[in-house]
Unconditional design. Structure first.
Length: 688
């Protein structure tokens, strides 16, 4: 067991602490406590409580301070103990024995880390003796946690802070005969472990509340700028304005690592700590002028290998002396005092909005300046791609509510949080309340993307741009009344002379059909007439608006290029003088007709109805220029498709200083970023 235990000091058969057996094979210790004799009723012990090297007297959770061998003070609550040389003379021992003659056992354990511990005591033998467990908190009286009286196993949990003690004391009274005792096996194990409690314990940031000088770029985001009247302006001229920068009320939560380093270089800090690591303290001590001044207010803790700012013997902290001592630190020493050195690197304390401290690791998953398929940050109507983490693909699917999927499998524990104001997304993977650390994915800075897939483009054209568009399909053999009216006065060749096209058609139902005796030479004239009457640059002949405010376009003849783009499978070729012409095939099915209409809408949308996009045949995607986003119709089109991307996708791990990590088999699970990868490691906790 590591920790601090009261010494066993034998002198003239005097045993301080009773008989203690420490087992090296298990966590804990076996102790055997035997009553030697007693003439009083106090449950008592001796220990160097105030760390002055003289043994003090403890009785019923109170201690009587040994005034350097001259006697004992009034009893007060004891607040801790440590190993120390025991200086006591034979005469003093005899004086103490007159009032309290006994030899009972006491064993203590000092916590190296804050947390929650499970204490197991297996009482194997008990002869009218009880084993009591006390906890000694800093700056508070000791507290009895448990009494063990019977031959059985006792288990209980207790919280404990770094440096506090757990005492195991055998207690008897004067009626118990000499030779009675208790034998027990003690085991202490952490159940929860405060891994990062030392973060930011020494330095606080002291930024100027107001400044007339523009703050450095690393810290300017901590300030609000305001224009005020310049009282020093020349009265002969117009009143001038000047800027004043005021520290934001929530500046702590806005601080990042760069801001911290800038603050330290500008000496925007104050010392608030109590403990300083041995190496840092001694580096400052070597060059400090008033060594006696600092010696009076500092004590060394050999267990933690650090110096404690305790104040002088009268309780005066002398903070000015301490601040002077710290002020001589160079920038690197100051960084070391501010930061927290874990196994990898120096960590600076950041702050939550409530003031709690944490540090973090960040893994850049993706960074984008445009929407790109198959890349983290890409959003579509169905999902948002996160990217690859630990060799697995992550994505957020839109299922009414957002859900995280990992390699195609829903992660039921993850929680997706959307900020309604910024549209940023936070995906909680591990919560600090459960794991100790908190890991999450951040998708930040959402933008409209100018690149969309073929599928998205077609959907947008059909459902947005052309949603109110219908077609009437005409063939040379049968024309609608609208188309007939457009070409009836035009001429076609028939049997050696030109005739008006109206002479080649006859009334049929709601339209007109070509007469049976019309020959091929006349049909050529009709084809060219139908091409000529089309809207310039368009494939339709006429557009009308119905009472339902839907547009109706009349179509009939197409060029070879148009048929190629729309889909030749929907057309049949017809003879013409100089160029190939096409019309919609006679036996087109309803299913084919539906597909044709969709293709017609897409063609017209791309060609002239919504000509803001260029097609990339290699990537099979459409792209518009960013300046086109200023046009409302383009912006609405892309928003309908949910054509977005996130500028940054990051995996962030936060390590709150006050978090408790669950302990399993002597280890804690910790997520880390190492060599640009997200990994899970199992750290062995400090032995106890």
């Amino acid at each position: 067991m590591e920790g601090f235990f009261l010494s066993e000091n034998e002198d003239s058969n005097w045993t301080i602490g009773g008989r203690v057996d420490i087992s090296g094979k298990e966590l804990g210790a076996n102790i055997g406590l035997t009553k030697q004799g007693s003439s009083g009723t106090s449950k008592s012990e001796f220990s160097d409580v105030n760390r002055d090297g003289f043994i003090d007297f403890i009785s019923n959770g109170k201690y009587y301070e040994n005034e350097q061998g001259r006697g004992f003070k009034e009893g007060v609550g004891f607040k801790g103990a440590k190993n120390g040389s025991i200086k006591i003379s034979e005469a003093e021992k005899r004086e103490i024995e007159k009032a309290h003659y006994f030899q009972e056992g006491i064993k203590s354990w000092r916590s190296p880390v804050s947390g929650i511990v499970l204490i197991s005591i297996d009482v194997k033998k008990s002869d009218d003796t009880k084993l009591c467990v006390y906890r000694s908190k800093r700056d508070a009286d000791s507290e009895k946690l448990y009494e063990c009286t019977d031959k059985k196993t006792y288990e209980f949990e207790t919280d404990i802070r770094r440096g506090e003690y757990i005492y195991f004391v055998s207690e008897t009274d004067n009626r118990v005969k000499i030779g009675a005792g208790i034998e027990a096996s003690i085991k202490i194990e952490y159940k929860k472990y405060m891994r990062d409690e030392l973060l930011g314990r020494n330095i606080q940031y002291l930024f100027p509340n107001k400044t007339y000088n523009e703050p450095e770029k690393e810290i300017i985001n901590l300030y609000d700028e305001e224009l005020i009247e310049d009282e020093d302006a020349d009265e002969d001229f117009n009143t001038k304005k000047r800027s004043i920068w005021s520290l934001k009320s929530d500046y702590l939560s806005l601080i990042d690592e760069k801001a911290i380093e800038k603050a330290l270089s500008l000496r925007y800090y104050g010392y608030i700590g109590k403990e300083i690591k041995k190496g840092e303290f001694e580096k400052l001590y070597e060059k400090y002028g008033n060594k006696s001044g600092i010696e009076n207010i500092i004590k060394y803790d050999g267990g933690f290998k650090e110096y404690i700012h305790t104040g002088d013997k009268n309780g005066n902290l002398n903070q000015y002396e301490m601040s002077q001592f710290i002020s001589q630190a160079d920038n690197q020493t100051l960084k070391n005092l501010t930061g927290y050195k874990d196994s990898e690197k120096l960590r600076y304390p950041l702050f939550y909005e409530n003031g709690d401290k944490y540090y973090r690791d960040i893994l850049k998953v993706s960074e984008n300046n445009e929407r790109e398929q198959r890349k983290g940050g890409y959003e579509s109507e169905e999902k948002i791609l996160v990217g690859k983490i630990r060799g697995k693909e992550y994505e957020i699917r839109k299922e009414g509510v957002y859900k995280l999927y990992e390699q195609g499998i829903k992660n039921e524990e993850a929680k997706v949080i959307v900020d309604k104001k910024t549209k940023n997304i936070k995906v909680l993977l591990k919560r600090k309340e459960k794991a100790g650390y908190e890991s999450y994915i951040n998708l930040i800075n959402k933008h409209i993307g100018c690149v969309i897939s073929e599928k998205e483009y077609e959907k947008g054209i059909v459902e947005v741009i052309q949603k109110d568009l219908d077609y009437r399909l005409n063939r040379i053999e049968i024309l609608s009344g609208e188309v007939y009216e457009r070409i009836k006065e035009r001429l076609a060749f028939k049997k050696g002379k030109y005739v008006k096209i109206k002479e080649l058609y006859e009334r049929y139902e709601d339209g007109y059909k070509i007469k049976n005796d019309v020959e091929e030479e006349s049909v050529l004239g009709i084809i060219e007439a139908l091409i000529d009457v089309r809207k310039e640059g368009k494939i339709y002949i006429k557009e009308s608006i119905s009472s339902g405010e839907r547009r109706l376009r009349e179509i009939c003849i197409f060029t070879e290029e148009e048929a190629e783009k729309i889909g030749k499978e929907y057309f049949e070729r017809i003879e013409a003088d100089y160029e190939l012409r096409y019309q919609i095939k006679r036996d087109i099915s309803e299913e084919e007709k539906e597909k044709l209409i969709k293709s017609l809408k897409i063609y017209e949308g791309y060609k002239y109805d919504f000509a803001y996009f260029e097609y990339d045949g290699l990537k099979k995607e459409y792209k518009t220029k960013r300046e086109n986003l200023a046009k409302e119709e383009v912006k609405n089109f892309l928003e309908y498709l949910e054509s977005y991307y996130y500028e940054k996708v990051e995996l962030i791990i936060e390590y709150p200083s006050s978090s408790l990590y669950p302990v399993k088999n002597g280890e804690i699970e910790v997520a880390k970023i190492k060599d640009g990868q997200f990994v899970i490691e199992y750290e062995e906790i400090k032995k106890i």
